[in-house]
Ligand binder design. Structure first.
Ligand SMILES: [Zn+2]
Ligand SMILES: [Zn+2]
Length: 290
């Protein structure tokens, strides 16, 4: 096996992409060169290149403590392995992978890095700093893209000094003007925190429960709901699905089902999936209360 001396250990909650960027920096490699060494195909999304077992293989090559990769494996590693839950991660309008980020977290980092939570659509606020996290560079208004290795000289881009820098204008996000921060109201903030934790927790545990039902729903079903019914916008009044699900009220359960059945955006395949899901909800609900 290839032995990678000096392989960096991931930071607490570091994302796969962020860690791989730093690995490429240490050895001055492109994504392609690094992945080829392990026989891994490179896709356009650096977080989804490595399955949970690929993460382990690279970590072993550096003789790193494997336990520090646990969270990375069961979140982004899991998404990499299952197509059905890819709708949980954030992408731009052209479907390129993007992140939300917290400039204040970057400022506190010795080496700025991307948290794995930031890659998820549902993760909208920084719990440490109380802000709505931006997705775009404060200076040029572009997304921070990581589809190539940007810290090594082999990525085909001009080098940037850190993951807090924009590859387009080289703006340092740690200089994000304080006046541009948006602080949600306490009540909205708390609701977003509850929601984002619920989504990540479901992913980590690989199932979710919707009170008051005892049935365990799979994470793929959660992703279908997020994609179809708009769970990812918990502050829009007609989309407070989690809250509505929490009520012991037949009308609200029917509301969920109706929403799933009448979703306009969905393709035929997705519609069929949502119907099946709605039926499952209905049955689970009936079992419990009829
Ligand atoms: Zn923060
Ligand atoms: Zn920029």
């Amino acid at each position: 096996m290839t032995y990678l001396a000096g392989l960096p250990t991931p930071f607490l909650h570091e994302s796969t992409c962020s860690w791989i960027q730093r690995v490429c920096q240490v050895y001055d490699l492109s994504y392609g060169q690094l992945h080829a060494a392990f026989g891994i195909d490179v896709r356009s999304d650096p977080d989804l290149n490595l399955s949970a077992s690929d993460i382990m293989r690279v970590a072993r090559a550096g003789r790193l403590d494997l336990s520090v990769f646990s969270l990375m494996r069961v979140t982004l590693g899991r998404v990499a392995e299952r197509k059905a839950i890819r709708s949980l991660v954030l992408r731009d309008e052209l479907r390129y992978p993007v992140y939300r980020f917290c400039p204040l977290c970057f400022s506190e980092d010795g080496i700025p890095y991307l948290r794995l939570e930031w890659r998820f659509k549902a993760w909208e606020v920084c719990e440490a700093h109380g802000i709505d996290m931006p997705t775009k560079c404060w200076s040029c208004g572009r997304y921070l893209h990581h589809s190539r290795s940007i810290l090594s000289g082999r990525g085909g881009y001009t080098l940037v000094p850190s993951l807090a820098h924009c590859i387009v204008c080289r703006g340092d996000q740690r200089n994000f003007p304080a006046s541009a921060f948006s602080y949600p109201k306490a009540e909205v903030f708390q609701r977003k925190v509850r929601f984002q934790r619920a989504v990540l927790s479901a992913l980590v545990h690989d199932y979710m429960r919707v009170e008051p039902l005892s049935h365990r729903f799979s994470v793929s079903e959660m992703a279908t709901l997020v994609g179809l019914i708009g769970l990812d916008a918990p502050d829009a009044s007609d989309k407070q699905l989690l809250e509505k699900m929490g009520r012991r009220d037949r009308l609200h359960v029917m509301w969920i089902i109706e929403k799933a059945l009448t979703c306009k955006k969905s393709s035929t395949v997705r519609k069929a999936k949502s119907k099946e899901l709605a039926r499952k909800y209905f049955e689970a609900w009936r079992e419990k209360f009829d």
